[in-house]
Design a protein around this ligand. Sequence first.
Ligand SMILES: NC(=O)c1ccc[n+]([C@@H]2O[C@H](COP(=O)([O-])OP(=O)(O)OC[C@H]3O[C@@H](n4cnc5c(N)ncnc54)[C@H](OP(=O)(O)O)[C@@H]3O)[C@@H](O)[C@H]2O)c1
Length: 217
Amino acid sequence: MPTVMVIGASRGIGLELVRQYAAAGWRVHATTRTPTQPGALGAIKGDVVLHALDVRDAQQLETLTQEVAPEGLDVLIHNAGVAGRGMSAAEVHRINTDAPLHVARALLPAVLRSHEKKLVLMTSQLGARRGHPGSLGLYGDSKAALNDAFRAHAPAWGQRGCLAIVMHPGWVRTDMGGAGAPLSVEESVRGIRQVLARLTPADHGRFWTWDGREHPW
Ligand SMILES: NC(=O)c1ccc[n+]([C@@H]2O[C@H](COP(=O)([O-])OP(=O)(O)OC[C@H]3O[C@@H](n4cnc5c(N)ncnc54)[C@H](OP(=O)(O)O)[C@@H]3O)[C@@H](O)[C@H]2O)c1
C-alpha cells in the first residue's frame, strides 16, 4: 500500500486525513506537537506512525526527515495552520507561509523516492486575491503569501518529478472553521482524497478545491 504523511494531525482535517487513509489500508506518518499525549490520534487503528513536529522547529524537522529516510512518501500533506486570533502577523506568517515551504523542502527527497510523488500544501480560498491588491486580513495574507511562494517553487519541483498542488479544503466544521461551517471533516477529507487520487501531471502547480474545482489565484 502507498504511504502518506500528514503534517498537523492532532485534530480537525489532519486527524480525519489520518483516519481515512489508515482505514483505506495506507501506511500513515502523522505529526503532532504532542506525541506523548496524542488524544484521538493515538486511538486510530491501522499502520499509523506518530512523529513529533512543531512546524516552527528546525531541529524537529531534521529529526523527522531522518526518521523517514529509509522510506518514500507517496503523498505529503502539509495541513498544519492557524487562524491567527491573538497572534502577531509575523507568527502567523511563520506558521502558515514559511513552515509549509521548509517542510516541503526538507521532505521533498522522501516524496521523490516514492511511486506517486505528490505534495499538497493546505491553503484557503481566503488567500485568493483574484487580481485585487490590498490586504486580505491576517490569515488571508498569510495564505496568499503561501500561494505566491508555492507558484515560485512549483516549476523547479515539477522538473524534479514532483506533482505539487495547493488545496482549499472547503469551509469545514473544525476548531478553525467553527460550528456553523457547512462541511463535515468526513465530507471534506473524502473529497480531498478523491482529488489527490485523480491528480495527473497536468494538474501540477495549480490550486484545487476539495470537490475537484480549480480555484482562481
Ligand atoms: N476549517 C476550515 O474551514 C478551513 C478552510 C480553509 C483552509 N483551512 C486550512 O486547513 C488546514 C487545517 O485546518 P483545520 O480546520 O483542521 O484547523 P484546526 O482544527 O485548527 O487544526 C489545526 C492543526 O494545525 C496544527 N498546528 C497549528 N500550529 C502548529 C504548529 N506550530 N506546528 C504543528 N502543528 C500545528 C494543530 O495542532 P495543535 O493541536 O498542536 O494546535 C492542528 O492539528 C489549515 O491549514 C487551515 O488553514 C481550513
